[in-house]
Design a protein. Structure first.
Length: 198
């Protein structure tokens, strides 16, 4: 196996982590509300745990499905899901309504797992997991580790940087529509995957 898949998973981890919808904005808000870097740090750790569980579910879930379902079926179902979720997120932005700043760290981890799953973070990785070279628990663990490393670096950097310097008020005047970027990314992933299959 070459090193490129591990780099791809690391870069996708950075991409997931820099998206405020994947959690660093929540962690920063909790840190600011509680006036505590410790609360911020624990929130970031909880986010990382939740995201890691969602990605592990995708990686090892696909490994299990490949034992029972033909690859071509998984491929086209994945493409359909990428297009469906990407289109839905373009049309409507969804976030859990129960999320609030009074939640504990277990709640933050659960929120992170749910939001990563609902927004298709693991789904975006599936096209890279369908080759025969991705068999085995060891490879899955390494891919998961690279992805979580990228996510952790981006989430930690963004949340602490905002906490220490910009604070949340800056986001009111300058904001990037990451939800739009995320939806387009899902659609683009599905398109590229489909092109390679045709």
């Amino acid at each position: 196996m070459t090193w490129e898949p591990f780099l791809i998973f690391f870069v996708l981890g950075l991409f997931h982590g820099i998206n405020p919808g994947m959690g660093w904005l929540l962690a920063t808000a909790l840190g600011i509300q509680r006036k505590s870097r410790t609360a911020l740090a624990f929130s970031v750790v909880a986010l990382i745990i939740g995201h890691a569980l969602a990605i592990a579910f995708a990686i090892f879930g696909i490994g299990w499905l490949k034992l029972y379902i033909p690859i071509n079926i998984i491929q086209y179902v994945t493409i359909a899901l990428l297009f469906s979720l990407g289109s839905y997120l373009l049309w409507r932005h969804w976030h859990p309504q129960w999320m609030n700043l009074n939640m504990g760290y277990t709640g933050v981890a659960l929120w992170s797992f749910l939001i990563a799953t609902a927004h298709g973070a693991g789904l975006m990785l599936i096209p890279f997991l369908l080759g025969d070279e991705f068999e085995g628990v060891g490879v899955g663990v390494l891919l998961l580790a690279m992805h979580v490393l990228g996510y952790s670096l981006a989430t930690t950097t963004a949340s602490f940087f905002l906490y220490e310097t910009l604070q949340l008020t800056t986001l009111k005047s300058s904001w990037i529509n990451f939800d739009l970027i995320w939806a387009i990314s899902l659609l683009l992933t599905g398109t590229i995957f489909l092109i390679f299959l045709i």
